[in-house]
Design a binder for this molecule. Structure first.
Ligand SMILES: [Ca+2]
Ligand SMILES: [Ca+2]
Length: 332
């Protein structure tokens, strides 16, 4: 309204001047027409697209027909990359027929997992896989063969919750898609003990002791030298512990027991067989799960030759965990 009023006023003034002076009409008329032209909405396409910004702000007259819907649909950026609907999915890699999950996949420790970015064309795209969240232990967690292939795998050795992400890039390395998935690594055993440590080339050993036995002695200590003893009922393996891996660096070393014997407290320990010349000490973490639930998460620093009696576990007791946390030189 303001502009129109001012515009009318100026046009009126121009006419008065023209009549009064009565000469030089061409000059003044062309001047007036310039003013009118300048006042038109800026027809330059593809700029910011906000017509308000293109309105003159200097009080000059503008055309009375502001509606110019001629070219508002002009594409702004012809080079804009195509966005892909990336749907990250995962399944057990050792069971090719298993179902893909797209939000959350639940597996047991040491499962291999196969990842897929969904309906991305085979050619012309590259990938970056990353781990956004993982259990807070030192052991290695990595994509194989690396984090740039279309379909990496990962061995989920450590129990806990993982969040993984894939980013998809076009040939210009513009990111055109992204998605995430959660992998829950949950032990199924009644008791599951997991040992990890902070230094490579440091041999830490997990021990799981039945109350009848002594540390480092078969058959009642389960460890690298006695990996699958027969405890409890002789004709049942459910009450037998099992060492799943032996590691010389970082871990994990894990022992599972499907069904604890009644009124039985199992002892958990770890010893560091490090070469003092190579590593002075290592930071050791023990986690104990009962029926898939993390019940104890403890860490300590061990020097070469030291033994850590971590905890006593009796799943049937009102307090299943008795935290011992004593360190000795060698086995007690
Ligand atoms: Ca070891
Ligand atoms: Ca048995």
């Amino acid at each position: 309204m303001m502009m129109h009023s001012k515009g009318c006023l100026l046009v009126l003034l121009s006419m008065v001047v023209l009549v009064w002076v009565g000469c030089d009409q061409d000059t003044r008329y062309s001047g007036a027409s310039q003013v009118v032209d300048d006042g038109e909405p800026n027809p330059e396409p593809g700029m910011d697209g906000d017509p308000d910004e293109q309105m003159p702000d200097d009080g000059l007259p503008i055309d009375d027909e502001p509606e110019e819907p001629e070219e508002p649909e002009e594409p702004e950026e012809p080079e804009e990359p195509v966005a892909l609907d990336v749907v990250l999915s995962a399944r057990r890699s050792d069971i090719p027929a298993s179902d893909f999950a797209t939000e959350e996949l639940i597996v047991e420790p040491f499962s291999g997992v196969f990842f897929d970015p969904g309906a991305v064309p085979e050619e012309g795209f590259s990938y970056r896989w990353s781990l956004l969240q993982a259990p807070a232990v030192g052991a290695l967690v990595e994509f194989l063969p690396d984090n740039t292939v279309r379909n990496p795998t990962m061995t989920m050795e450590i129990a806990g919750s993982y969040e993984l992400q894939v980013e998809v890039f076009d040939v210009d390395m513009v990111r055109v898609g992204i998605d995430t998935i959660t992998i829950l690594v949950i032990p199924s055993e009644e008791i599951y003990v997991e040992l990890t440590w902070s230094t490579d080339n440091a041999d830490v050993d997990l021990h799981f002791l039945h109350p009848r036995g002594q540390w480092d002695q078969p058959p009642w200590d389960c460890y690298w030298g006695n990996r699958a003893p027969n405890w409890g009922q002789a004709n049942s393996s459910d009450d037998d512990p099992s060492l799943y891996t032996e590691s010389l660096g970082l871990g994990p070393e894990s022992i599972g027991l499907n069904e604890a014997e009644a009124d039985t407290a199992y002892e958990v320990g770890a010893i560091f067989f490090g070469d003092p010349e190579l590593v002075g000490e290592t930071f050791v973490t023990t986690r104990v799960f009962l029926n898939g639930q993390l019940g104890l998460d403890a860490s300590t620093t061990l020097e070469s030759g030291q033994f850590w009696h971590v905890v006593s576990v009796n799943p049937g007791a009102p307090e299943p965990f008795l935290f011992i946390d004593t360190i000795s030189d060698g086995f007690p």
